[in-house]
Design a binder for this molecule. Structure first.
Ligand code: N7H
Length: 366
C-alpha cells in the first residue's frame, strides 16, 4: 500500500516525508515533465479536487491468487458499503504477456533486466556496475519523520503504447543497406539499446544474440561506442552508466496491461485497443529519481552529450516541437531522425510514499 499524503489531513506525527514533486503531486508536476496535455489523462488522475490518495498493488502468480487477495482487501476496507473507509476510484489489471512474450513489454522487448545493485544486498550477476544504491529512506540525513524510515517514494505512470505505429515507423525507416525486416529490427534495437531478446546492442551491435539476453555487466566505454549504442537509445538515456557519474537513481517494477495487438490493428497500422505499461519505480527522492530521469535525462536533448536528442521511447518534447534523435545512421552519426508521433503516451499517474511493513503495522494501522 502506498500513500499520496498531500490531502489526507494527517495528524502531525504522520507528517509526510519531504520531497518537492511528492508534495506537488503528479498533476501539478506534469508541466515540468513536458506532460502538457493532461486534459487527455484518465479523469481519475486529472481532477485537482479529488487526487488519488492510496495505491494498493496486488501481485501474484495466478489470477485466482490476486482476485482472492483483492476480495480480502475489499472486506478490510468495507469497499462498496456505507461504512467504507476507502472509495475505489480505479482498478487496473496488469498481466504478463502470453507465451514466448512473457517478460516482454508490448513493443516486444524483454523488460525487467537491468536494475542497480542495492546497498547491503549481495549483487546478482545482472546488476549494473559499479554503484550500489539504497532506495529506502534510512538515515537521519533523509528528510521526514522517523516512521518514514525504510519506506520509499513510489512513482506510478499510466503509460499507453502505440505498438502498430511503432512497428510501422521501424519498417518505414528501416536501417539502410540490409533487408527491410532486418533493418527495422536494427533500428528498433538502436532506439531501445537492447534487442528484443534483451541482448544489449553495445555487446552485439549488428544482430540479436539471445545468449546475451540478460547481460547487464557492461559500460559504454571504448572507441566507437556511440556507433554500437546511440547516446540517445532509451536504456542509455535513462541510465548512461559510465557516461555520467550519477548512479542509477530508480528501481523499476512495472507490468504490461491491455490485449495483444489484433490483426485489424496490424492491417490498419493503428492502435484501436488500449495497451501499455503500468510503470512503477521506487526511489529515495522523486526529485533526484524519476523526475531527473524523465525531465533531466529523457527529455533533455543535450544529455548525456550535446545534441543527443530525445529518448525515442519516453522522451517528451512539449508543445510545438518534434522529437528527434541522432546517432542511428552508421555513415553519418550527426544525421537526425524524427518521430512523427509519440510511441508512449502518458495518461496520468501519481506520486506516492510506500511505508515499510513495520511502519504499516506499528504506526499507520494503529
Ligand atoms: Fe524503460 N522499452 O520497451 O523500450 N526500458 N521503458 N523506462 N528503462 C528498459 O533494462 C520501456 C520507462 C528505464 O540500466 C528496457 O530491464 C517502455 C520510464 C531504465 O541499462 C526496455 C516504457 C522510465 C532502464 C524498456 C518504458 C524508464 C530501462 C530494457 C514505457 C523512467 C534501465 C530492459 C512504456 C522514467 C537502463 C531492462 C539500464 C530499461 C522499455 C518506460 C527507465 C525494453 C516500453 C517511464 C532506468
Amino acid at each position: 500500500m502506498s500513500m499520496s499524503v498531500q490531502q489526507l489531513d494527517l495528524p502531525e506525527q504522520f507528517a509526510p516525508p519531504v520531497d518537492e514533486p511528492f508534495d506537488m503531486g503528479q498533476l501539478r508536476d506534469a508541466p515540468s515533465l513536458n506532460d502538457i496535455d493532461t486534459e487527455k489523462w484518465d479523469p481519475v488522475f486529472n481532477d485537482p479536487g479529488h487526487l488519488v490518495h492510496v495505491l494498493i498493488t496486488v501481485t501474484g502468480d495466478t489470477h485466482a491468487t490476486v482476485e482472492r487477495e483483492v476480495a480480502a482487501i475489499d472486506v478490510i476496507f468495507e469497499v462498496g458499503t456505507s461504512q467504507a473507509s476507502l472509495t475505489e476510484v480505479k482498478r487496473i489489471r496488469g498481466d504478463v504477456r502470453p507465451g514466448d512474450q512473457a517478460g516482454h513489454e508490448h513493443f516486444g522487448y524483454l523488460d525487467g533486466i537491468s536494475n542497480p545493485p542495492i546497498e547491503g544486498v549481495p549483487p546478482t550477476p545482472n546488476c549494473v556496475p559499479p554503484f550500489p544504491r539504497t532506495f529506502v529512506l534510512f538515515s537521519e540525513n533523509d528528510p521526514g519523520p522517523v516512521w518514514a524510515r525504510d519506506g520509499s517514494f513510489l512513482v506510478f505512470r499510466y503509460l499507453f503504447q502505440l505498438v502498430p505505429e511503432f512497428d510501422d515507423y521501424l519498417l518505414e525507416n528501416a536501417h539502410p543497406g540490409m533487408p527491410k525486416e532486418l533493418g527495422s529490427k536494427l533500428l528498433g534495437a538502436k532506439l531501445v539499446g537492447r534487442w528484443k531478446s534483451g541482448a544489449p546492442i553495445d555487446l552485439s551491435p549488428t544482430e540479436d544474440n539471445p545468449d546475451l539476453a540478460l547481460r547487464n555487466d557492461f559500460l559504454y566505454e571504448g572507441p566507437g561506442n556511440e556507433r554500437r549504442c546511440p547516446l540517445g537509445a532509451h536504456i542509455r538515456k535513462t541510465y548512461p552508466r559510465d557516461d555520467t557519474t550519477t548512479p542509477s537513481p530508480i528501481l523499476r517494477r512495472g507490468i504490461p496491461f491491455g490485449p495483444e495487438v489484433t490483426p485489424e490493428e496490424r492491417a490498419a497500422k493503428k492502435t484501436l485497443h488500449d495497451r501499455g505499461l503500468l510503470f512503477v519505480c521506487y526511489q529515495r527522492s522523486i526529485a533526484s529519481g524519476f523526475r531527473t530521469v524523465q525531465r533531466g535525462w529523457a527529455n533533455d536533448t543535450n544529455f548525456p552529450k550535446d545534441q543527443t536528442g530525445f529518448d525515442p521511447i519516453i522522451g517528451r518534447c512539449g508543445a510545438g516541437r518534434i522529437r528527434t534523435m541522432r546517432g542511428t545512421h552508421p555513415d553519418d552519426m550527426a544525421k537526425e531522425i524524427s518521430f512523427p508521433t509519440e510511441f508512449v503516451v502518458p495518461r496520468g499517474g501519481e506520486y506516492f510514499f510506500s511505508p515499510s511493513i513495520r511502519a504499516l503495522g506499528e504506526v499507520i494501522a494503529l
